[in-house]
Design a protein around this ligand. Sequence first.
Ligand code: FEO
Length: 171
Amino acid sequence: MLSSQIEKQLNNQIESEAASSQYYLAMASYAEVQGYNGVANFMYKHSDEERQHMLKLVKFVNERGGHAIVPALKQPPATFKDIPTMFQNLLDHEIAITQKINELVSTTLAEKDYSTHNFLQWYVSEQLEEEALARTIMDKLKLIGNDNGGLYMFDRDIAGFKVTSANDDLG
Ligand code: FEO
């Protein structure tokens, strides 16, 4: 059985993952209308991943005798300054999500809830991968700057970046 505190924090995390999915969907749509189809595709996939992260939490909370609450969400931004800024927003967002996961992990240790602690290890690994990928992308974008030719190539090459590899055991 989940403690009320852990149930509350897991429900907050459900909201964060849902908001991430919406945020990246907004990025996908923005990139698509700007003509960056490779970037749009990457963001559509990333948005789907975040929905899976949310669903995995929903199922866990309900299986453990809690009640997963589907949250209301704020509208994400419709436009972004430019493609590099959008990816910096993504990296900053993932860093904030990692912080939330770490706080959750810390609560499970304080409450000696080892099964939730074990469940959260998947998210710990996932955050490591997502942050590393976002940093790799930012390094490339810093080299390119706002050079249109460079961004054109980046849009083509981003199809080769894998959004995540911790997705195989989603169930
Ligand atoms: Fe679900 Fe990108 O963290």
